[in-house]
Design a protein around this ligand. Sequence first.
Ligand SMILES: Nc1ncnc2c1ncn2[C@@H]1O[C@H](COP(=O)(O)OP(=O)(O)OP(=O)(O)O)[C@@H](O)[C@H]1O
Length: 704
Amino acid sequence: MSLRHEKEMEVNVQVLLLCRPFSDDELRSKAPQVVTCNDYNREVAVSQNIAGKHIDRVFTFDKVFGPNARQQDLYDQAIIPIVNEVLEGFNCTIFAYGQTGTGKTYTMEGECKRSKSGPNGELPAEAGVIPRAVKQIFDTLESQNAEYSVKVTFLELYNEEITDLLAPEELSKVSLEDKQKKQLPLMEDGKGGILVRGLEEEIVTSEIFTLLERGSAKRRTAETLLNKQSSRSHSLFSITIHIKEATPEGSCKRGRRNKQELGYFRAGDQCTCGAPWSRSLQMVFRDSKLTRLLRDSLGGRTKTCIIATVSPEVHCLEETLSTLDYAHRAKHIKNKPEVNQKMMKSTLIKDLYGEIERLKAGEGSTREKNGVYIPKERFYQEKSERKAMADQIEQMGLTIENHQKQYDDLNSRYIEQVQHCSDLSNKLDTTQEKNKKLQKNLNKTSELLTNTEDELRRSQYTVKEKDFIISVQRKAENALAHQACVLRADLEKVLQDNASLFLKIGREDKLNLDNRAVVNNFQAELAQQVGYLCNIVATSLSEQSEHLKCVEKLCHSFLGVHDKVVLDLKNKVTGLRNLYLSHTETVQNDRLHKASSDGVLEELSSLISSNGRSIQEFLESEATQAGEIFDELQSSLSTQQGELAVFAREMRHEQSRSDSEKLIADMTSLVSDHIRRQMDLVDEKLVDLRQSSIKNKTTNMCHQ
Ligand SMILES: Nc1ncnc2c1ncn2[C@@H]1O[C@H](COP(=O)(O)OP(=O)(O)OP(=O)(O)O)[C@@H](O)[C@H]1O
């Protein structure tokens, strides 16, 4: 964009002057009036008495409203066009500025009780700028049949702390400590603007007065609770309007409804002690939050109107002059208002998603308390801003160096001129001295001539002598005349010299004065620039140190977290290592065990099978043996039976029957005992074998 075009877009901040009427108390005390307003000429005159002299200081503003002006007059003449501009898509800010008790709140809010309004919703005569603007906005939007939404915020800035005046909780129930915790921080919105984080945004319909009342009441309660001096408290009311407008899109006949942010209308009151602009019309950093809040309004993209309020009475003279001075300077602040871009639905959704992500990240970092979340773009923006600032500082350093050089140059030239001047003065003195001497000589010669003439007249000489005397006299006269001529010429020359010297001295004096003025101006400018630079450097340093602190804190917390994580990890790794080792050992043991148990199993199974076999063999052999023994016994028994029978038959005769039967019984029990013992032995062997087989099986299963 060309410089000319840029210049064309610049508009000055509009400054209105409002002088309130005398209050009843002031009227009773008959306080003299020192402020006179000429609404027509847009002038305000302040009468002062300095050293017995009556002096009027006159200031001109964009509009002047005297004590007789009504709220309606101010609104109709100055505010309606501004609200219209909001409805055209510009961001507009109106704020009142003035000493305490001069009518800032009255002008901005007025008496806006709903009960006082007329039957058809007209506002009361005392309603201030805000309710009137709200009414105008709603009336216009309604008349346009537009689909719109209006959001309102209302905040208070006191002692560098921001309080939400629309937050729902009852201030009276909140302790001071809790209240302080509720302070809201300022943040960059990522689009070059400033937003107050956590500020309640109320979507309103036309009924806004209850809201206003609520905010104002909360402010008043806080003032009483916290014993605030109202002059240090600033409030900022903001209305943001969105409309949906139908726009045809290509060949599609249906059109699309785009959401457009029309603009915001902000109205605030703030006091004399915190004027956020300096003499040099730069934003100052004295009241940083107020300055940041109004950054876009003073030197930014907003259309701004300042209403300077003063009291007419003499006791406020000093503050009135200071307000007028500041307000007059503010007239020179230039803004570059821009119409808000229409926002496509998709862009809006994208923006909102971005915002949600940003908030989530912010919330995440807050929850984890592991530092501050700064969006990437903001980080880079701040980085580039810091770089630009550093460049600016460097540039200014160079400029200062150049100025210092110029100053040294001028100073040496000034010293030269002073030297030259004193040389000329010396010359003049010498010439004047010479003049005096010549004058003396001339006087002497004239005296001599007169004496000679007298002598001539007195003495009687011969003609010859007379002629001689006359010729001598003539010669003397000629010589004298010649000398007189020479002297006159000398004198005239000296006079000319003197005149030119005086002229020169005059010129020199003027030059010296000019030089002095230039040097003084330069010194003042330099001091101002240096001051400004110091301010910038100080702010930049404090910002950078704050940033560095933040980064340091972040690093510390990160290191803390990192150390903890490393320790945790180490512990985990050690644990895992131990676990791994024990696992490996177990696995090896398992493997060994498995191998050994496999062997044992094999061994066992072979043992079992061999045992089985041997048992079978043993049983078979035992059975055979038992059979054999049995057979043997049987045969021996039968033999013995036979023998016994033979013997019995033989003895039947010889021995008694009882003896032979006893012998037979003894023999039978002997054989039965032997057989039972053999059977028990076999049973025992079988039980042992079974038990050892079960034991082997269990061990094998355990190993598996
Ligand atoms: N134009 C006016 N017409 C009638 N009364 C006015 C006008 N301006 C101010 N007043 C009255 O003057 C008094 C002080 O006004 P106000 O409270 O608005 O001052 P202020 O500048 O907001 O003060 P502070 O900075 O202390 O909040 C109020 O009683 C108000 O009604």
